[in-house]
Design a protein around this ligand. Structure first.
Ligand code: ADP
Ligand code: ADP
Length: 236
């Protein structure tokens, strides 16, 4: 099934048209990789999928994006709720300078959830899914910034998972990490794709061919190829 349906999406920064009509159906419980040269609009497209870039001065976004059939740019859309369902992980691990527990429970408190037992349960489950529970279980009150880069990225993944999203958007989630952490996060992404829809930006072609099911090749604000990854990366 299609989870996100984008039709003729155009993004302008002032006079400059950064996306020239992107249409794309993003399939459920698969990894879709967005690849292409720097500046071709991958990040811009990713951010439009959960309205992460609405607040940029002079940005204009046209076209339609439906998440589970609902128009996300409709005035009726609850943006906080949208971001609970369509979470984002960034290139640079960006945990808040609070405890691990406060980081992972952040979205739940934002959603007004007050049931401590429920929050505890969600925090533990999310940290397990992000494959970091064993490291942090006795350090839940430690500042998240005291962990390594790879561990911080997992805490950020858990922060997204805690709100039970359907879709996880990832903007070069491994490119600020060392090769070992990067490979381990790739494994976690593949594991997560059994239950979640993942859309990931990567400049790493090998990574796209290793872990993604679908690949979209962006060039200068357009998608020039979009197909099953195994058809995109054909051995000559
Ligand atoms: P990519 O992720 O493929 O590197 P981006 O989506 O970051 O590409 O950028 C696409 C184009 O839009 C680039 O020319 C970039 O300079 C421009 N751009 C991105 N963000 C902004 C912004 N906030 N304001 C103005 N231009 C931007
Ligand atoms: P990356 O290539 O890793 O996406 P960039 O250096 O292109 O990172 O962009 C970093 C940040 O700066 C992004 O939030 C992007 O939206 C913003 N940005 C990129 N290009 C421009 C621009 N021409 N004017 C203003 N902001 C920009």
């Amino acid at each position: 099934a299609t989870v996100i349906e984008a039709k003729d999406v155009r993004v302008y920064y002032g006079q400059k048209e950064a996306l020239h009509g992107i249409s794309m159906d993003i399939p459920e419980k698969q990894i879709t990789a967005l690849i292409g040269p720097s500046g071709c609009g991958k990040s811009t497209f990713l951010r439009t999928l959960n309205r992460m870039n609405d607040q940029i001065p002079n940005i204009k976004i046209t076209g339609t994006i439906k998440f589970e059939g609902k128009e996300i740019y409709s005035p009726k859309m609850d943006v906080v709720n949208l971001r609970q369902n369509v979470g984002m992980v960034f290139q640079q691990p960006n945990p808040f300078a609070f405890s691990v527990y406060e980081n992972v429970s952040f979205g739940l408190r934002l959603a007004g959830i007050k049931d401590k037992a429920l929050i505890d349960d969600r925090v533990e489950t999310a940290l397990k899914q992000a494959a970091i529970w064993d490291v942090v279980k006795d350090r839940l009150n430690d500042n998240a910034l005291g962990f390594s880069g790879g561990q911080q990225q997992r805490i950020c993944i858990a922060r997204v998972l805690a709100t039970k999203p359907d879709v996880i958007l990832m903007d070069e989630p491994t490119s600020a990490l060392d090769p070992i952490s990067s490979a381990q996060i790739e494994e976690t992404m593949v594991e997560l794709a059994k239950d979640y829809t993942i859309v990931t930006v990567t400049h790493n072609m090998q990574q796209a061919s290793r872990i993604s099911d679908k690949t979209a090749l962006f060039v200068a604000g357009k998608i020039v190829e979009y197909d099953d990854t195994r058809k995109i990366f054909i051995n000559p």
